[in-house]
Design a protein around this ligand. Structure first.
Ligand code: CTP
Length: 399
């Protein structure tokens, strides 16, 4: 289930920026409940926020809600995090003194989830001892605060008081959310990295994969409570804590380890860039070059097992199998062909020739495909976020 973030908006000129925050939170798969004070609704219409959040926007304590019997209590119970942004001097004072005279302030009192307050106001107002005392008192109670940015303010003054960049607010939100334990009790098998196929005792064939995507999946799945087995080719990455780690070199070793750990798995993810071919007969001794420079050798390559296809043949009922399709052309058609050929439930397709996608970078641009009629493109996001999205989709498919 998606985590729920409450966004409490107060009346400040920065309110319009919250539309972007809500849109970004939705792209991260959060359920977002927007609450606006009467003043906030004078700066930006609830309709904008309703459209972006896909939910009723709550503005009034007295309007009957379609969803909750006792609106402020019902909303508060649902929240994993409450963000007050922009937070005005008046609303900070209300929170500090426990006032509850509108919808948002009643939700604040009924809420037990962590609260992130993002103030935005004129510099002198922000620095006023009354405001600072209120902030200190909320900090003592465990509220989280973001410091306003400095710059030209809407009032014409240059100083501290601007709403921080939306991406920075997003980072704070992600850092404050406790990882869900929605994968507790699930066993997940993941392979990652490249494979190495020996030509002779010192040379080998490999590829450009760094393992970042597979390691992000393993780290994220473990943080969400899963029992994770990570089968990895050689990488320079830190082994994620809390996972069972199996180090392999060749595709055949990786295949054997995956088959050994397959029984009882709820989710299997093939994130490794498995070498499709290996030298048919690796030389036992180092191959020597010709001193006169005339040397020329031919390496006879044999095909490696298709690991996911082998696992797909032995797929247990209820197990969700996920693969990647790294393509440079015809992404959709090639991905659909792999989905079928390997007996997968989900394929993560990406065009590795695009900037910001594929090997050796920290971001990816993927499309989650579970059938020809269920194709979900994602924007350029970090591999950690791609991992979250893949696991969210896997958790849905498990139901
Ligand atoms: N894969 C695998 N074993 C292989 C090759 C690929 O398990 N020998 C898995 C990869 O881990 C990935 C998916 O299959 O999840 C697709 O890999 P990809 O390299 O895109 O495709 P291939 O199946 O190798 O096909 P081709 O190289 O012809 O595109």
């Amino acid at each position: 289930m998606a985590q729920t973030i409450g966004i409490g908006m107060c009346g400040g000129i920065a309110a319009y920026k919250i539309a972007d925050l809500v849109s970004k939170l939705k792209k991260h798969d959060f359920d977002v409940i927007v609450m606006m004070t009467e003043a906030a609704a004078r700066f930006i219409t609830p309709l904008t926020l309703q459209t972006l959040s896909g939910r009723e926007v709550l503005t009034d304590l007295w309007t009957e809600s379609r969803e909750w019997k006792v609106q402020h209590v019902g909303v508060a119970e649902q929240l994993d995090l409450l963000v007050i942004a922009p937070a005005t001097a008046n609303f900070i004072a209300k929170m500090a003194h426990g006032l509850a005279d509108d919808l948002l302030s009643t939700v604040v009192l009924a809420n037990t989830a962590p609260v992130l307050v993002v103030p935005s106001m004129n510099t002198n107002m922000f620095e006023n001892p009354a405001v600072q005392d209120n902030i200190q008192s909320l900090l003592r109670r465990g509220y989280h605060f973001m410091d306003p940015d400095s710059g030209l303010l809407a009032c014409g003054v240059t100083g501290k008081g601007r709403l921080p960049e939306v991406d920075d607010i997003l980072k704070h939100i992600l850092a404050l959310l406790k990882p869900r334990q929605d994968l507790a009790g699930r066993k997940i098998l993941i392979n990652a990295g490249s494979t190495c196929e020996d030509i002779d005792p010192v040379r080998f064939i490999t590829n450009r994969s760094t393992g970042k995507m597979g390691y992000a999946l393993a780290r994220t799945a473990a943080a969400r409570g899963a029992e994770v087995v990570l089968v990895s080719g050689p990488t320079h990455l830190e082994i994620p804590s809390g996972v069972e780690f199996i180090s392999v070199r060749s595709a055949r070793d990786m295949c054997a380890a995956m088959l050994q750990h397959q029984p009882g798995c709820d989710i299997i993810i093939g994130a490794a860039a498995v070498g499709d071919f290996r030298p048919a007969t690796p030389a036992e001794q180092k191959i020597k070059k010709n001193e006169d420079g005339s040397g020329r050798i031919t390496i006879d390559l044999a095909q490696n097992p298709d690991i996911l296809k082998e696992l797909g043949k032995k797929k247990e009922p209820g197990c969700i199998m996920i693969g990647f399709a790294a393509e440079t052309e015809n992404v959709l058609e090639n991905a659909l062909a792999k989905l079928a050929a390997k007996n997968l439930d989900l394929i993560v397709a990406n065009d590795v020739s695009m900037e910001g996608a594929g090997f050796a970078c920290d971001t990816n641009i993927c499309t989650l495909i579970s059938s020809r009629t269920d194709i979900r493109p994602m924007p350029l996001i970090s591999k950690d976020d791609v991992a979250e999205a893949i696991l969210n989709r896997a958790a849905e498919l498990l139901l």
